[in-house]
Design a protein. Structure first.
Length: 503
């Protein structure tokens, strides 16, 4: 399992690097302006819906059930289940997409009311939303197929899905947008083209499972359909609470100064790198393995898996969080400070990234422990926590935005992540789902001590290598940045080793 996670992490890292290249191209070609704010606002909605209908609710419910089916049912029954769910999901998504396109102007009024006062910006956002909304169909079906592949222990190939989209966007930004009277429309259309290619790629991958997803296998009276939708409703409600929080955040952002949406987007992209490599990667593998252990009544292995990967989470997330805080400015300069991306954009994005980095460990911890509930079909606890978290986050927004301005939302998300993590841990401990049998106090002290040593080395290297950083070209910026980060990481790992922790 650990080797699978390492391979997935490496391929995810490659995907994120290409994603950063995509963002560099967009930042260089479009800069930070009304068009990019409109694009990122419109594209956010299909991404939010994707988390409900594919990567979130459906996968949390479907993976444990299909895992059980794989162990106990015939191939015919499995084909019936995956085909029926696929086509029901497709119909639901088509209906949502049609409604989304019809009511696009009303949707933008809800999620970004601040745009209404600027008619050009508002109409541009509405038009982009109409173009990009069908992406929810394509990416949700692709993510659904990913869930199936993971159950068949095919983890690597699905991680290349984002690369397909990123390459499509890069090629569009460099070569095809000039043929549109508004180049941002060309960028929006590339999302749909990339989504089509992603789904085709997954259709090819699914052949490796020898499953046949076709209309002739549909059984609308399949006994598991009712079970899936009964279990999925609380999770959708839980996800919906999170999305309501995001919509409220989008509404707040729309009233802030121009460029805020794009600054938050670039900070999001940077924090998504460790979140995906550590959190999402481990979570996707862990849910499948926990489900297997649960169905086999192997409580020892279940507990051992949780202990092991919480340790890995702390070992990786704490030093990465500190490195992001220390190097946030030079990372943003290295990746984005070209063309129309100004020094003001660098400073504003840096403040947001630091706020996110502070909450990184909490955000990853949530991703790791949440599968514990869903693997055991426990959906009530996550929804209660989600509702509480929504209330806490929005209450904090009143204070954090007043204090930190455009970075306030990131601060409230980070603080609430730790509150959420503590409640999840408390509930797992209370229900004896996990039982830590490890000297955690000594373990955490050693991590913090190693991180402190790494911090000192970073400061020494930074002072001696980063003079006149903005005057360097991308080659030398990358060389210096990678040297500092790599050296600091080696010091951290060496310190752990000397203190008796062998990664």
């Amino acid at each position: 399992m650990l080797w699978n996670i390492i391979k997935i992490s490496l391929s995810t890292f490659l995907s994120k690097i290409i994603g950063f290249l995509r963002d560099i191209v967009i930042a260089n070609v479009f800069g930070i302006n009304i068009e990019t704010d409109s694009f990122y606002t419109a594209f956010r909605l299909p991404n939010l819906l994707r988390k409900i209908f594919a990567e979130g609710a459906f996968s949390y419910v479907f993976i444990p059930i299909l895992t059980e089916y794989k162990q106990k049912k015939s191939k015919k029954k499995i084909n019936e289940l995956v085909s029926t769910v696929y086509f029901i999901l497709l119909i639901i998504l088509i209906i949502i997409t049609i409604l989304g396109i019809i009511f696009s102007s009303k949707i933008i009024k809800i999620i970004s009311p601040g745009f209404i006062k600027n008619k050009n910006k508002f109409q541009l956002t509405v038009n982009i939303l109409k173009i990009t909304f069908p992406y929810i169909i394509l990416i949700s079906l692709s993510s659904y197929l990913t869930s199936i592949l993971n159950i068949w222990n095919i983890f690597i190939s699905p991680t290349f899905i984002p690369i397909i989209l990123n390459i499509t966007i890069i090629l569009s930004s460099l070569f095809t947008i000039k043929y549109f009277h508004k180049p941002i429309y060309g960028l929006s259309l590339s999302i749909i083209i990339g989504g089509i290619l992603q789904l085709i790629y997954q259709k090819i991958n699914i052949k490796n499972t020898h499953l046949k997803i076709k209309i002739s296998n549909i059984n609308i009276f399949h006994p598991e359909i009712k079970r899936i939708f009964i279990n999925i409703c609380p999770i959708i409600l839980s996800m919906f609470m999170y999305q309501i929080s995001q919509i409220i955040n989008s509404s707040i952002i729309s009233y802030l100064q121009e460029g805020t949406i794009s600054w938050i987007y670039y900070a999001d992209r940077l924090i998504e790198l460790p979140l995906s490599i550590i959190g999402t990667t481990i979570s996707s593998v862990l849910l499948t393995k926990l489900s297997n252990s649960y169905h086999k009544n192997d409580n020892y292995k279940f507990n051992k898996l949780i202990n092991k990967y919480i340790k890995i989470t702390l070992l990786l997330s704490i030093p990465i969080s500190i490195l992001l805080i220390l190097s946030s400015k030079i990372i943003i300069i290295t990746l984005f400070k070209y063309g129309k991306f100004t020094i003001t954009d660098v400073l504003m994005t840096t403040k947001i990234l630091i706020a996110y980095a502070i909450g990184l460990t909490g955000l990853i911890f949530i991703k790791i422990v949440t599968p514990c509930f869903y693997s055991q079909y426990n959906t009530k606890i996550p929804i209660k926590i989600a509702i509480f978290n929504l209330i806490i986050t929005q209450l904090m927004n009143f204070f954090t935005i007043k204090i930190f301005k455009h970075a306030g939302l990131a601060w409230s998300i980070s603080i609430s992540a730790y509150i959420n993590s503590f409640i999840l841990y408390w509930q797992l401990k209370k229900r004896k789902i996990i039982n830590f049998k490890y000297n955690w106090k000594s373990f955490i002290i050693k991590i913090f001590l190693s991180t402190f040593i790494m911090w000192i080395i970073f400061e020494i290297l930074f002072k001696n290598t980063c003079n006149n950083f903005t005057n360097l070209n991308i080659k030398f910026r990358l060389m210096k940045l990678l040297f500092i980060l790599a050296t600091s990481s080696i010091i951290y790992i060496s310190s752990l080793f000397l203190l008796g922790i062998k990664i």
